[in-house]
Design a protein around this ligand. Structure first.
Ligand code: PEP
Length: 254
């Protein structure tokens, strides 16, 4: 059985008091209301990790993630944060290759391959993001592009390693735009990605990997998207900043 996951990417939002308030509301609502066994991952800015880890405490359903990390263990990389530092702050997951990192910070699939490997060596779970821009989809190139992203960043891993990766399919045209991919479009791409993994490794490995959908998921569309057979949850941006909306998205699995 694949893990169901709902991860909230706060991006560069919330002061520490705001973040603590949001996190404690989500933690309480999830504890009190959620009937399913989905993992809930809170992904605040780096500097809030420790404060939010303290709030999560020994809660069973809620985990902590970071939005990025550097590909080296330590050293003269001013302004960067390593995987080991994230672990020491209580993080269990880290987003790698979010489209905003690719677009604004020039992250390439080659760099992401290094980061994924390094993160796994540090016992963190990478949430590897892939997805096409609008013009690529309109030109019919989405499958080719996503294949390239997944091959370059992940296919250097052993079967044992890739099993530990979570993939997030996030069509760039749906991120923060209010334009969600249809449930059919999401299912089609998730099945496509899973087939690529099965062809490279085997079906059993492919079936063990959680593939999340990201792109304007809201409480009113989450149930339909999450009910698709190859969609194992969501990476949520905007709606993760509202505790009620985010919890209701988690409840879409109930
Ligand atoms: C994201 O940033 O990964 C994302 C999916 O954002 P939103 O839910 O706001 O589209």
């Amino acid at each position: 059985m694949r893990k169901k996951i709902v991860a909230g990417n706060w991006k560069m939002n919330c002061s520490l008091p705001e973040g603590k308030k949001l996190a404690s509301e989500v933690i309480h609502m999830v504890e009190d209301e959620v009937q399913n066994d989905a993992q809930v991952i809170l992904i605040p800015p780096f500097i809030h990790l420790t404060g939010i880890h303290n709030l999560i405490g020994s809660t069973k359903k809620v985990f902590l993630g970071a939005q990025n990390c550097h590909q080296h263990q330590s050293g003269a990389f001013t302004g960067e944060v390593s995987a080991a530092m994230l672990v020491s702050c209580g993080a269990s997951h880290v987003i790698l290759g979010h489209s905003e990192r690719r677009e604004y910070f020039g992250e390439t699939d080659e760099l992401l391959a290094e980061k994924v490997k390094f993160v796994l060596e540090n016992s963190l779970t990478p949430i590897f993001c892939c997805g096409e821009r609008l013009e690529v989809r309109e030109a019919g190139g989405h499958e080719k592009l996503v294949t390239m992203q997944v091959e370059k960043a992940l296919f250097g891993l052993s079967a044992e390693e890739i099993r530990k990766v979570v993939i997030a399919y996030e069509p760039v045209w749906a991120i923060g735009t209010g334009k969600t991919a249809s449930a059919e479009q999401a299912q089609e791409m998730h099945a496509f990605i899973r087939n690529q993994i099965a062809a490279k490794y085997d079906q059993e490995v492919a079936d063990s990997i959680s593939i999340l959908y990201g792109g304007s998921v809201k409480p009113d569309n989450a149930r339909e998207i999450f009910s698709q057979p190859d969609v194992d949850g969501g990476l949520i941006g905007g709606a993760s900043l509202k505790s009620r909306d985010f919890t209701n998205i988690v409840k879409a699995f109930d």
